[in-house]
Design a binder for this molecule. Structure first.
Ligand code: HEC
Length: 117
């Protein structure tokens, strides 16, 4: 029997594969900016913006409502801060924290918290 002309030869593989490529590109981009980031400036910014008030000293939270940031991947922290800055979830508490941050500040904050034990 002949295969119908519009038979999907690679069923359901294409869209997830496209997302994976997009995610890899996003992560590579974020990692690229993290390489140029300045964790010392990030530390100063973390005090200036009172990140420790909720996330704890050096990003070690003692309150279950607030995630640890210490030792997290810098690329992931950048992705999260960009996400909050875009206010995807209108009621998220982090939106107000991230809305004023410049790209280089996000990179420096991420580098600082990632470098903490
Ligand atoms: C008023 C309390 C508060 C302050 C101040 C605050 N945060 Fe947050 N932060 C939160 C809460 C609550 C969450 C969890 C939100 C969520 O994941 O939806 C969070 C989540 C995060 C996350 C995501 C962590 C993860 O594991 O996904 C990052 C990164 C982050 N904050 C960075 C910062 C930085 C950098 C600052 C300072 C500029 C800051 N936060 C200031 C309350 C705060």
């Amino acid at each position: 029997m002949k295969t119908p002309p519009n038979y999907p030869s690679r069923p359901r593989l294409r869209p997830p594969l496209r997302s994976a490529v997009a995610l890899a590109a996003l992560l590579a981009g974020a990692a690229g900016t993290a390489g140029a980031a300045d964790p010392k400036r990030g530390e100063a910014l973390a005090f200036e913006y009172h990140c420790m008030t909720c996330h704890g000293p050096r990003g070690r939270s003692s309150d279950g409502r607030y995630p640890h940031l210490a030792g997290q991947h810098a690329a992931y922290l950048e992705i999260r801060l960009n996400y909050f800055r875009s206010a995807v979830e209108p009621t998220n508490q982090m939106n107000a924290q991230a809305v004023h941050l410049e790209d280089d500040e996000i990179a420096d904050l991420a580098a600082y918290f990632a470098s903490q034990p």
